[in-house]
Design a protein around this ligand. Structure first.
Ligand code: NAD
Length: 541
């Protein structure tokens, strides 16, 4: 297991001595300060304060990020609101064309995007690629389905032929987006694309650690032709800016922890505005007795250790059929032990760093607690400071029991617990245990049986013979959590309609919907009753 520099050679060792550019990466900036300043200039910030951000790869400083105040958030909303008025009148086809241009730009500029993501998050480049990939898929899907989702529709009126009714999707106005650090490019952008398509403006508050990836997304939107001021970015601690963001918004999109999601939901309820919440999970993976063992082991590695497990839809509990348990676990452990870990901007590593000391502490605490209470470590189970400040090995545990923290609480790290099951109904019941309901996976060679089982699992997405990408990468498929894993859905029709108010316009012709020509109320009721019976007979909805 080796650490590599962007060029592929070893990174300079971390030292605690004086900062010396030759020996200590913390003595020089990871990115050109002018390049960083060109990005951070987009932040609406007047406090004069900055927050210094360091790379989890090697501790090198990346940026001094200007900090916004609640008044700056209000100013961002005022600018966005002015810009939104004309955007809402821009033809839908033009708004869709902007998304399709963004699609091309994201693919063309992916190397720059990947560098930013890796510097800010420390993840492996191959996991970073999922982000521009997801934005390209999202931009294409919404760019191509704009009319299908947002076009004006004729619907049946109360009096056939004489009542004409149309429904329109009116933009909510300005959408507030609060996003986390784990997928800093796509989580900052992906909800905003359908919001823009629907005619809204956006005020985004990305996580403090990963502002540059999010700001680069804002720059690409502008290069794709998004009018100035429609996408505002503010920076600062969530608890400090959150209330101002909810106060200014007509709708809020939040991705992050369940605890913060509850706070946002309460604040939105107070203002009677809608919100969608994409929250945590404790996602189960089921390996049935007829699973292709090699395929399941490969999928389990990706499902558990992508982005070092800091992925809302990644797997943390695995239920394996008794008949294949030993064979499967041997292959899963062997594949895990063959992974290369490293701090690198290159493609050569299978898993990168955790993002912060806080994440490293949380993962270490979960594993140490489990081991102290009797869990067995099949592989991994320790930090790797030799690779970078926050590295932790991909870890497989057995013998995890309900009194251990990692049994039911989200670890959000590269740790998975294995359990045997005897009957499939028992596996389903255990998968449905707990408070979450985000994502599940089933490995089986019998697609019909697996799909039938999927219907019994209380999760917003279920992937068969894949861990999460089959649903998450299919943008027509709504994605989100049941139970404590969230409210609302991103992607698909729900993913764009949440940013609109539906307006119905009815036009009545020739007759009124009331007694006419001296007709009594009683006679009118009789005529209407006969009509109602007839329309049902004719099959009218
Ligand atoms: P977090 O809730 O602490 O932070 C997420 C965002 O919310 C950050 O931008 C943060 O600054 C902001 N924030 C924090 N407190 C706030 C407050 N009081 N008011 C307003 N904003 C506030 O979450 P995190 O620990 O950074 O992210 C990891 C969590 O996110 C995990 O639980 C993970 O499962 C979840 N997640 C879910 C999805 C999904 O799609 N369901 C995707 C990614 C991450």
């Amino acid at each position: 297991m080796t650490a590599q520099t962007p060029a592929g050679g070893p990174l300079p060792p971390m030292t605690d001595g004086p900062h010396d550019p030759e020996h200590d990466p913390r003595a020089s900036y990871a990115l050109e300060p002018e390049y960083v300043a060109a990005l951070t200039r987009r932040i609406v910030a007047s406090s004069g304060r900055t927050a210094e951000v360091f790379s989890p790869l090697n501790g090198q400083p990346i940026a001094h990020v200007p900090q916004s105040t609640p008044a700056d958030v209000a100013e961002a909303f005022a600018r966005a609101r002015r810009a939104q008025e004309s955007w809402a009148r821009t033809p839908l086809a033009e708004r869709a064309a902007m998304l399709l241009r963004l699609h091309d730009l994201v693919l063309d500029r992916q190397e720059e995007i990947l560098d930013l993501i890796v510097w800010e998050s420390g993840k492996a480049r191959k996991h970073a690629f999922d982000e521009p990939g997801h934005i390209a898929l999202t931009a294409r899907y919404y760019g191509r389905t704009a009319e299908q989702h947002l076009g004006t529709r004729r619907v049946p009126g109360i009096v056939p032929a004489l009542t004409r009714v149309e429904t329109h999707h009116v933009p909510k106005g300005v959408v507030g987006i609060i996003s986390p650090w784990n997928y800093p490019f796509t989580m900052a952008l992906c909800d905003g694309l359908p919001a823009l398509l629907a005619g809204n403006a956006v005020v985004a508050k990305p996580d403090a650690q990963t502002m540059l990836s999010a700001l680069f997304g804002a720059q690409l939107l502008e290069e794709a032709g998004l009018p100035a001021d429609l996408w505002q970015v503010v920076a600062g601690p969530g608890p400090e800016l959150g209330p101002a963001l909810v106060d200014g918004a007509d709708y809020v999109c939040f991705t992050g922890s369940t605890a913060t999601g509850r706070i946002i939901a309460q604040q939105c309820a107070e203002r009677l505005i809608g919100c969608s919440l994409e929250l945590g999970g404790k996602n189960p993976i089921l390996v049935l007795r007829d699973a292709d063992i090699e395929k399941a082991a490969e999928g389990a590695v990706r499902g558990s250790f992508s982005n070092a497990g800091q992925l809302c839809v990644s797997m943390e509990r695995m239920y394996v059929a008794d008949q294949v348990y030993d064979r499967f676990v041997d292959r899963f452990v062997a594949r895990t032990e063959a992974m290369s870990l490293g701090a690198s901007l290159g493609w050569g590593v299978d898993m990168g760093s955790l993002i912060s000391q806080q994440q490293l502490d949380a993962v270490t605490a979960h594993v140490d607690d489990a081991v102290a209470k009797g869990a067995r470590v099949r592989t991994g189970g320790r930090a790797r400071p030799d690779l970078g400040p926050y590295f932790y090995e991909p870890t497989i545990l057995e013998g995890v029991t309900p009194e251990m923290t990692c049994f039911g609480h989200e670890t959000f790290g590269p740790v998975i617990a294995l359990y045997r099951f005897h009957e499939e109904s028992e596996a389903v019941a255990r998968a449905n245990d707990g408070e979450y309901g985000l994502n599940a996976a089933i490995y089986s060679q019998d697609g019909n049986r697996a799909r039938a089982l999927a219907r019994r699992i209380k999760c917003g997405t279920v992937n068969i013979n894949e861990a999460f990408s089959a649903t998450f990468g299919s943008i027509a498929a709504p994605m989100g959590g049941m139970r404590q894993s969230g409210m609302g859905r991103r992607q698909g029709a729900e993913g764009v309609l949440r940013f609109t108010e539906t307006q119905s316009v009815g036009t009545q012709r020739l007759i009124r919907i009331a007694p006419m020509l001296g007709m009594s109320g009683e006679l009118y009721a009789k005529v209407m009753t006969a009509n109602l019976r007839l329309l049902k007979k004719l099959g009218r909805p």
